[in-house]
Design a binder for this molecule. Sequence first.
Ligand SMILES: [Zn+2]
Ligand SMILES: [Zn+2]
Length: 328
Amino acid sequence: MSYLLRGVAARGGIRVVAADTTKLVAEACARHQASLTAGAALGRTLTGALLLAQILLKNSRDRVTLRLRGDGPLGGVIADAGLDGAVRGYVVNAGLALAPRVDGKLAVGQAIGRRGDIEVIRSLAPYGEPYSSSTSLVSGEVAEDIAMFLAQSEQINSAVLLGVYFDGGMVRASGGLVLQALPGADDAALALLEANVRSFGQLTDHLLQASLSGVMQELCWGLDLQMLTDRALPLEFSCRCSDEKALDALAYFAPEERERMIAEDGGVEVVCHWCGERRWLSPEQIGGITGNEIRCPDCRTLWYRQGQTTMIRENEICACGRPVTLPS
Ligand SMILES: [Zn+2]
Ligand SMILES: [Zn+2]
């Protein structure tokens, strides 16, 4: 099982959030048929989003979306997580094959690219507008980029460690930690933490040999770590896609186009880009969409659908330039 632990060290001066994501990252890699490099980028980003959720969110229904967009061949990686431990995500170019670096590590920074940005979007329940902030990428290695985001955008000084280790093409270890300096943390404690982090080495080497709480203890050596979690929070790869949402997306196609899909293929296969799930929508399901839509008479853009929030409002301008007029 994948899980998350929280703790404080240095008498409340340092907050520690740690996740073992081995199982969920293995599932994500399988769902997206990701190459090792793409899988490492995806795994680090999924883990990073789960850690950020614990730091940035308050309400159990809030979500955080973490997106890294660089100039590398991966084409971007995105993950979306909540305080409940559910996460989903994908990379644009899951099949990307890159040679490992000279030191043998996977070339995640090269895949993502070093020029670009890291964006964090908070969707606050129940009706807050999504709130987005972003900073420039540092290295495309994900952990450093998140640390810089936290420092610049949130004024949170922290160390971020993320790692995914493959053996024989399988995910053998994956996880991450954020060690965050809280207001009032004393300088000697922070100096010791910095020294611990610097001499720590590869996170996945430690995860292969010790439990997650053992790894937390090691990083907080000399800092009196107190665990806050009485029970570990279970983490899972979980998507919110459904037949209904897939049908909603199909509603944007004109009725003639949907008829053509049914005539040519006998239905429609919809693949969820978040989780890779394939759904077959039958002619009966697709036929149920029609009958309550209002479309632009000129360009067939969907203006309104019964039971949905209004897509285009009265007096707005359609994509083709025609003013929208909805019958009352
Ligand atoms: Zn999905
Ligand atoms: Zn139009």
